[in-house]
Design a protein around this ligand. Structure first.
Ligand SMILES: *Cc1c(COP(=O)(O)O)cnc(C)c1O
Length: 391
């Protein structure tokens, strides 16, 4: 089955549900067992790693409807839901580390994941080194005997560096570490982590899987080898998500393929238009041929989502505000992946440590939604007019 078909078919079973197209939402904590024998059987099955409905937190057909669809499209063995994307990132790391271990993490990582390492993991004696995202095979020099996770994210969700993930994965595996990836930008459709050496793949489902800016959810998908560790960790740390949120995520994923095609087309069109603007210093979009990571993107990725950044020629804060404040179609706000366009200002020089980030060209990140490209361009064009008439 192709991805588009998997998204429609997997995780739904109308025959088991009166012919109703969508899976039911099971609100469950207690699961009643018919007898002591049934209880014992259920316990044994769970201990053997089988899927049984034994307690709400452990999983229900509602959570499996989403987990199965994500696992099938992302190409992993199985998937576990989490209450947010950040919970998926933090709990995935926690499941695999112990005191004295070392993590190598990309310097372009999602900010809160970095804060989790610096403010929580370090307290428990887990050491973290941030590496330059373009390091490639040079990561060999940073591997230590106690390195257990190499944590990649490509492209970085503010600065859009690409990474040579197969090369990094080879070095990590040779050194005995697993590769964990935040794969949110590409969604499960546009990068196949398990075909490129990744062992554990994380989605902030909040973004493209949900697709409508109204639910927080996360998923972690793993290889067969990593599954028992991830699942035991998630269960023991009490991780699950609410059934209504899971339901909305499984509904969202059914239309992921058409939405992403449109986000990609709209995003590239706006990015190309920006490259011709005199106010713009550079556009950071891996699908543009002059992006430094374009060759890697073309080799490893199947598409681009609607998120990218551009850098302005140096202007005043007031001029940037004039540009951003009165846009009609771009909301100023965090997150992305919904149907609507968003804009945010970022300053990577405040958090990068492996290298310094030169912020003399202010960085603006756009999420390109499903509006008509002409309307989006007209909105940005009016914004540049305001920018140019402000000192
Ligand atoms: C948003 C985001 C997260 C966190 O997801 P939440 O659901 O907001 O907790 C993790 N990684 C990336 C790349 C993100 O953009």
């Amino acid at each position: 089955m192709k991805d588009e078909t998997k998204l429609v078919v997997i995780g739904r079973d109308p025959d088991a549900n009166f012919g109703i197209v969508n899976p039911p939402v099971y609100h469950a904590s207690t699961i009643l067992h018919q007898s002591l024998e049934a209880l014992r059987k259920s316990q044994a099955a769970r201990a053997a790693g089988e899927r049984v409905v034994s307690y709400g937190r452990i999983g229900t057909p509602t959570s499996w409807s989403l987990e199965d669809a994500v696992a099938a499209v992302e190409g992993g063995y199985r998937t576990q839901v989490f209450p947010s994307g950040l919970a998926a990132c933090s709990q995935a790391m926690l499941a695999f580390v112990k005191s004295g271990d070392h993590i190598l993490m990309t310097d372009s990582v999602y900010g809160p994941s970095r804060n989790f390492c610096d403010k929580i993991l370090k307290r428990f004696g887990v050491d973290v080194t941030y590496y330059y995202p373009l390091i490639g095979s040079g990561i060999k020099e940073l591997m230590q005997a106690n390195t257990v996770i190499v944590y990649v994210e490509a492209p970085g969700s503010q600065t859009f560096e690409m990474q040579d993930i197969p090369t990094i994965a080879e070095v990590a595996h040779t050194g005995g570490a697993i590769v964990m990836m935040d794969n949110t930008w590409a969604s499960p459709l546009f990068f196949k982590p398990f075909e490129h050496g990744v062992d554990v793949s994380i989605q902030a489902g909040t973004k493209y899987i949900v697709g409508h800016s109204d639910v927080m959810i996360g998923t972690v998908t793993t290889t067969k080898e990593c599954w028992p560790t991830l699942q035991a960790g998630a269960n023991l740390m009490g991780q699950t998500a609410g059934p209504d949120d899971i339901y909305l995520a499984q509904r969202g994923i059914r239309t992921l393929s058409v939405r992403l095609q449109q986000h990609m087309a709209n995003g590239i069109a706006v990015a190309e238009w920006l490259t011709g603007r005199p106010e713009v210093h550079s556009v950071l979009h891996p699908a543009l041929p002059d992006h430094p990571g374009h060759a890697i993107w073309k080799r490893d990725f199947l598409g681009a989502s609607g998120l990218f950044s551009f850098r302005l020629n140096a202007v005043s804060e007031a001029a940037i505000a004039a540009f951003m404040d009165h846009l009609e179609l771009f909301g100023i706000g965090y997150s992305w992946g919904g149907y609507e366009s968003l804009i945010i200002f970022a300053d990577p020089s405040t958090y990068r440590t492996a290298t310094t980030w030169d912020n003399s060209n202010p960085l603006i990140r756009l999420h390109i939604g499903l509006e008509a490209v002409d309307d989006l361009i007209a909105d940005l064009g009016a914004g540049f007019k305001r920018l140019n008439s402000t000192k």
